[in-house]
Ligand binder design. Structure first.
Ligand SMILES: Nc1ncnc2c1ncn2[C@@H]1O[C@H](COP(=O)(O)OP(=O)(O)OP(=O)(O)O)[C@@H](O)[C@H]1O
Ligand SMILES: [Mg+2]
Length: 273
């Protein structure tokens, strides 16, 4: 351990908690900065990936909270970021639903800007999807056919956020800013776009009928705002949805399973048993 790390920079600061997520808690530390302190179970690889991907995006001119430094002491492992002032996009759309269409257009522009960056050094999304399908609940002929399809889909070298949803975007005075790069990868933008569309429809969050109708409308509107992308849409939709089975919370589970069944059929894959 280096001398710099023995100086325990996290616990010498006054930590003002502002948010707690699935993988970390986030605290204000003054001077316009926040610290994201990761839960102990989070792998070192994931923290390093979040730092590297957010730095890469920031260097390319994408509006992100660009990581400032890594901290580590007995409190935990952390990354310091500039504080982005504003609500998350989810909070913003709940407060001002009439502004949602414009916000979704801005969000799609931000995702396109991310996809315009090359990211040759990041992990391959196809490898991630392959692992999730292999270790997920689907077995037998469907698993084999899905892995075969995945092998025929393009590798791609674009920067993919990997978890681009409305709670990972902060609406600042300058526009939307992408945070939480821990699931970043390189690959085909179609896969990332479809994951965002699925998160909008079936990701964690409220699932009352009004919200569900808003989710489906938003997902359709979002895809139209993003615009056309060349590639095997049906193939990517099927493998991204199948891979999600490994880890997803059962939000709108029946609707998701119906979506998955349609996606498998459209891609020419066997049905779920
Ligand atoms: N740079 C920042 N400036 C201001 N607020 C931030 C910043 N980074 C994170 N936050 C706040 O902390 C919350 C959690 O951050 P983040 O999404 O990075 O953590 P997480 O634990 O991975 O979250 P989850 O797993 O729930 O998606 C954000 O929704 C946001 O409210
Ligand atoms: Mg998050």
């Amino acid at each position: 351990m280096t001398a710099a790390r023995r100086v325990s920079p996290i616990n010498k600061r006054v930590l003002e908690p502002i948010a707690a997520g699935a993988s970390a808690r986030v605290c204000r530390i003054g001077a316009g900065r926040v610290v994201k302190i990761f839960h102990a179970a989070v792998s070192e690889e994931m923290i390093a990936r979040e730092f590297a991907a957010a730095a890469l995006a920031g260097d390319a001119g994408v509006p992100v909270a660009r990581p400032l430094e890594r901290l580590e002491d007995e409190t935990g492992r952390a990354i310091v970021y500039p504080e982005i002032v504003g609500p998350t996009l989810m909070q913003d759309m709940r407060r001002r639903p009439l502004g949602a269409a414009r916000r979704l257009l801005e969000m799609a522009g931000l995702q396109r800007q991310i996809h315009d960056c090359a990211a040759p050094g990041l992990r391959s999304l196809r490898d991630v999807l392959r692992t999730d399908i292999v270790y997920g609940p689907v077995e037998g002929v469907l698993e084999a056919a899905a892995l075969d399809l995945l092998d025929r889909l393009p590798e791609g070298d674009r920067l993919l956020h990997g978890d681009f949803h409305i709670r990972n975007i902060i609406v600042s005075a300058q526009g939307p800013v992408a945070i939480d790069w821990s699931k970043a990868a390189r690959g085909d933008p179609l896969a990332d776009l479809l994951r965002t569309e699925m998160l909008m429809r079936f990701g964690e969050g409220p699932q009352d009928w009004i919200t569900n109708a808003a989710r489906d409308w938003a997902a359709g509107h979002y895809a139209r705002c993003y615009g056309r992308l060349a590639g095997d849409m049906a193939g990517w939709r099927a493998v991204v949805a199948l891979a999600w089975l490994r880890a997803r919370a059962p939000t709108r589970q029946r609707a998701f399973m119906a979506y998955l069944a349609r996606a498998l059929a459209a891609a020419g894959l066997p049905p779920l048993e």
